[in-house]
Design a protein around this ligand. Sequence first.
Ligand code: SF4
Length: 688
Amino acid sequence: MGAIVEARAATHCPYCALQCGQWVDRSGRVDAREFPANRGGLCQKGWTSGSLLAHPERLTTPLLRASRDAELTPVGWDTALAHVAQRLAAVRAEHGPDAVAVFGAGGLTNEKAYLLGKFARVALGTSQIDYNGRFCMSSAAAAGNRAFGIDRGLPFPVTDLDDADVVVLAGANVAETMPPLMGHLGGARLVVIDPRRTPTAERAIASGGLHLQPVPGTDLVLALGMLHAAVVDGHLDADYLAERTTGFDDAWRVAAQWWPERAERVCGVPATDMRTVVTWLAEASRRYVLTARGAEQHAHGVDTVSSWINLALALGLPGRPGSGFGTITGQGNGQGGREHGQKSDQLPGYRPITDPAAREHVAGVWGVDPDALPGPGRSATELLAALGRPDGPKALLVFGSNVLVSAPNATAVAERLAALDLLVVADVLPGETAMAADVVLPVAQWAEEEGTMTNLEGRVLRRRRALDPPSGVRTDLEVIAGLAAELGVGGFPAEPEKVFEELRAASAGGLADYAGISYDRLDAGEALHWPCPAEEHPGTPRLFTERFAHADGRARLVPVDHTPAAELPDVEYPLRATTGRVLVHYQSGAQTRRVTELAGVVPEAFVEVHPDTAARAGLADGDLARVVSRRGTAQARVRCVASLRPDTVFLPFHFGGDQAANNLTNPALDPISRMPEFKVAAVRLERP
Ligand code: SF4
């Protein structure tokens, strides 16, 4: 480790994709830093993030259990890495390269995501690598690629939203998930689409806008009804459609069957509200449609996002100055994490792994034969479901993900992890998945490492080291490089800038082209949004101003129709459970549940229930309830919420064990993105 020179480092929050600017000093004290995304603000998660640096539960030594029944015991790094390498080699020798799997994360830096993908394909020779971005962004990514030919969450800087007149937030609760973003929406009339009356929905009402409460799993119908209203009420932007798009006629053929009153019967949103929102969007001069997990986490999430894109295109929003369509990325590096090769079907630069030219380019950078690169592997949920099965992986390496809490059908995931010959987890704190591992590798946190992140607007940011990690802790890059060395494979640098230089070359010419971005440019303060193909290129803060990324330059409307949720309520399971996040916790909660100030606010799982629904189950506010689905049970404290739909319950997914909302969720997958249906599961409520 090199010496820390500056008294404090200009870095970014470890949590969400807004990547708020932070100062972190040598003692780990966090302060807000002026940065366009947050303008000097931080949410409670960001303010308290420093408390995890010297947390008493911090993992500071590798841990190893001799057998599945044995306790985890401390060992040295040499022992741990040699043990892992030897076991991986043995599994590989007995079952072949695909018997070893790798699971990454959307919180990993670009450098880690890149090196992990290379490690899987070159050092392990496995096709079995995927990451938790399948749980949060893959449907938005697929819909963006389909419509625009490129997937960048916001194709404009977040500050463009400052001047918006109308913003539709479809399935986004940003007042809780990324509060400083609300500062960019302050002047707009907001429309929030969410089954719950969230704080964001309250802001929408206060702004003179609307809160639309569709039945969970019917968002697509709502968008179809609004497209119908746009056409019939004369709001189509015919010139824009003719000049900049294709596919309207096919999309309209479906939407024509969903007049607002028919859509209302399915989604429950009043037809008059659909017409009102479309009129607002059509008549405002600066207007945006933004989607997030509420639209995406469905077994037909890609089509649902496409339905919102169709509406935005019909009204002429994408690529128009002061207007647009975007998706709000969740995880800190959710954008960069899906660009550099830890996704099962991708190589760096957002290159398809099945494209011969892409394989040749990346193999050239890696110094290997293109034919030696494996093909596409299983997606995250399918990968987890295959663990320990006769044709599935026998060993799994996990970096930065807590799948025992964050994956759907968590009870089944626990069984699959238990069936492995070897589970290795690199993590900062003893999260649920780390504690189930055979080998735990303690790694550095955000303020202890260098690297880059790519935020929700496609801007590449420098993560800077403010202090050294605790003694005994290594960076993820050092762990990957160390494992490669133990496996006798060269070409795995542990220095972040060296890895980034390689990433630049590997991404050159790809959709997500970082070739012109360097640490020097970023350290000089340049605001660089990809694509940035050359050192003299200024980057691309706004996409689509002239053309979309398809070969003909046009965006595609896609004919999409309603398909019911994969699991519908019935007599036995009469309610729809939907999951999401709360203000004080982040993702699986492995970090925020250990921050006293945050855990004190929401210390345990809860279930929001309409008072009438609770009463029917014999439950009252504050009671402990059992929420039961076909897959499992979650224990949660009842919160009676009169504004909630009586047919719907809501659980945050930040808790593990018997409080895990994902014990209930349905692993039904979108056929294109392979994203699970976190937002709809049929459940019943019981007294414990
Ligand atoms: Fe900003 Fe997100 Fe961190 Fe909150 S969690 S401070 S919104 S980056």
